[in-house]
Design a protein. Structure first.
Length: 163
């Protein structure tokens, strides 16, 4: 990953409340309320915003992907399209259940591919902002970055609601 933008530190009470409310309280509106009060100045001209994908089973259970919601909100603020370029092909254990960085990295290894609807020419040389709700060890974003770079992405930055 070429850089990281984190909006809040996880130890801030508002950050925990938002993450817990969105992820475990299924309150999609909460993220929008918080993000509407935040302005973005990155200095970068991103070609795409790419949400970190959930596996189909987890997204179906939750009813939404919080990273997609965040990417849409950020995309509107930056006037950049949110595009689901990546697909999660393995139903991994929840990263929050892993105790070490090494366990998290091993758990997520080879979990992502570029969706077959996209060609390498769609990605080659592009500046991508990868979006997720939480950046803890960085394993998910590193693995997504690896997949995007193998497909020719020029620059990949990460954006997380909390770090």
């Amino acid at each position: 990953m070429d850089g990281l933008i984190a909006i809040y530190e996880y130890r801030e009470p508002i950050a925990r409340a938002v993450v817990d409310g969105v992820k475990y309280g299924f309150s999609r509106e909460l993220m929008g309320i918080v993000m509407n009060n935040f302005t973005f100045e990155t200095g970068c001209n991103f070609d795409y915003l790419v949400p970190v994908p959930l596996h189909f089973y987890r997204e179906n259970w939750r009813g939404f992907n919080q990273a997609e919601d965040l990417a849409k909100i950020v995309g509107e603020k930056l006037s950049v399209s949110s595009v689901k370029i990546l697909k999660r092909v393995r139903n991994t254990k929840q990263q929050a259940l892993m105790k070490t960085r090494e366990e998290r990295q091993k758990n997520i290894e080879n979990a992502f591919i570029v969706d077959r609807r996209f060609q390498m020419s769609d990605i080659r040389g592009k500046m991508i902002l990868l979006v997720d709700d939480v950046f803890t060890s960085g394993a998910d974003m590193r693995e997504c970055t690896k997949t995007l770079k193998k497909s020719g992405a020029g620059v990949v930055w990460g954006l997380a609601l909390t770090h």
